[in-house]
Ligand binder design. Structure first.
Ligand SMILES: Cc1ncc(COP(=O)(O)O)c(C=O)c1O
Length: 452
């Protein structure tokens, strides 16, 4: 038998299976499989760390969302927000559920076109569209959401020189009582800027106003901001009809619905505090019935939900590399997934569960990633059962803004596996290799002969 390693003794207050002060029990259930595929097998076959996505979860969530909104408003269209997760397989799943594409750059626009999305089913948002990208969007008959006056004038020039017309909307920013305001995007509602922009567009010969757009923020935790914002868009739509005789094809309320993740400042779990999706849908759809168009003439409601649809479908398998004690005796774990993969851990307490049975005793511990950087902390004071080197853990709700915001830093980006609807795992993005990472680099001739 190997000699056990010495560890400095500490006295700890243990809590076993006790309820927290709100009466919720702490669970010690391990997550041994994802959609029926054992975590141990996934890690053995594809490595650790490893992102795993569930097709079933994505489809179920999208279908549930569609049902909730369609039962409240007759015309609903989802547009998949590419920046949330633009892996081809993920976009293909949402497109096959009927979603259009919502893109904010030429790169994302090209990805959508590459996947075969029809030009008129692409919503082009964002504050920084290049002239080349605008030209592509005009030629493809995409819906261009204008962000500012410089873009408006540039688009008039582009369409005039091409001799083509473009379908446009404006992004409107509104005061919804959340501060600081998200007023850096779009035209302001309260100070009349949005009306000025609409008048300017209406006067142009090449632009056709087809919609109004807003995106009031992300992970909105209450329904009221949506109700306020949609009411203001509805007032603007009614003004357009009365003053400029323009009937809109759609009102696009953007994204912003929360996922099941818990924010760092929240004491209770998100699921215990956030309104239900139905309540958000009530707040978004009720003001639409104040529109002055009726029946078939009512505009389509477009939703660009991102994180609410994909976060829960993502898992990150990781391995414990080391178990340590900090200088004050606090438990610390080093795992092989860091902030380079989980940018979102800056504001989320991602739930971390062991992938194999553990004891019931829990201890407050800091979870560190593998980077040699002090900022690489996935979570402070996580309540975890005792883990040992080599144990696997699963970080939950990591499907949104991880695979698009991850960094190739110090180490490679890992593979992404999709468990398809039939329960079989498929690599949808390979793990990076040294050849791949270095393939873009050049060494100037004068440095080539240097050796260490
Ligand atoms: C214009 C726009 N639409 C939709 C989204 C998706 O937002 P969420 O993930 O909060 O639903 C974003 C995210 O930043 C966005 O900028």
């Amino acid at each position: 038998m190997d000699k056990k390693k010495y560890e400095r003794p500490v006295i700890l207050k243990q809590q076993s299976g006790l309820m927290n002060k709100f009466g919720s029990a702490t669970s010690t259930q391990p997550m041994t499989d994802i959609e029926g595929v054992p975590v141990a097998e996934l890690a053995a076959a594809y490595g650790s760390p490893l992102f795993v996505l569930s097709e079933k979860k994505m489809r179920d969530t999208q279908q549930q969302c569609q049902r909730i909104f369609r039962s409240r408003y007759p015309k609903v269209q989802f547009a998949w927000s590419y920046k949330t997760n633009y892996m081809n397989a993920v976009c293909s799943i949402f497109h096959s559920e009927g979603s259009w594409a919502e893109v904010v750059s030429e790169f994302e626009f090209d990805r959508a076109r590459h996947l075969g999305v029809r030009g008129e089913h692409i919503i082009f948002n964002g504050p920084a569209k290049s002239a080349a990208a605008l030209e592509k969007a005009v030629r493809a008959h995409s819906k261009i959401h204008i962000d500012h006056f410089d873009e408006l004038y540039e688009l008039i020039e582009i369409t005039t020189s091409l001799g083509l017309k473009a379908d446009v909307a404006i992004r409107v920013n509104v005061d919804v009582g959340i501060y600081p305001k998200w007023d850096r995007f779009g035209f302001n509602y309260e100070n009349g800027e949005a009306r000025e922009a609409l008048k300017r567009i209406a006067a142009s010969k090449t632009l056709r106003i087809v919609g109004l757009h807003m995106h009031i923020g992300t992970y909105i935790m209450s329904t009221e901001p949506f109700r306020v914002a949609v009411s203001k868009l509805v007032a603007l739509a009614n003004w357009l009809k009365q003053q400029l005789a323009i009937d809109l094809d759609y009102i696009d309320v953007g994204g912003g619905l929360p996922s099941h993740n818990t924010l760092k400042g929240q004491y209770l779990q998100a699921d215990e505090t956030l309104p239900a999706l139905e309540q958000f849908a009530d707040a978004i759809t009720a003001p639409l019935f104040e529109l002055e168009s009726h029946g078939d003439a009512m505009p389509t409601l477009i939703l660009e939900s991102g994180r609410a649809l994909v976060d829960g479908a993502g898992y990150l398998i990781s391995t414990v590399l080391a178990v340590k004690r900090l200088s004050d005796g606090k438990r610390a774990y080093v795992i092989d997934a860091g902030i380079n993969l989980l940018f979102t851990s800056l504001w989320y307490k991602h739930k971390m569960v062991p992938a194999q049975p553990t004891g019931v005793m829990r201890e407050q511990a800091n979870i560190y990633g593998p980077l040699c950087m002090n900022i690489d902390c996935i979570q402070e004071d996580a309540s975890v059962p005792a883990l040992k080197k080599g144990d696997r853990v699963v970080l939950m709700n990591v499907g949104a803004y991880t695979m698009t915001q991850w960094m190739q830093f110090i180490t490679f980006r890992p593979a992404i596996v999709l468990i398809t609807a039939d329960g079989s795992p498929h690599v949808i993005r390979k793990a990076e290799s040294l050849e791949y990472v270095m393939s873009l680099e050049e060494i100037p001739p004068s440095l080539r002969s240097l050796s260490a």
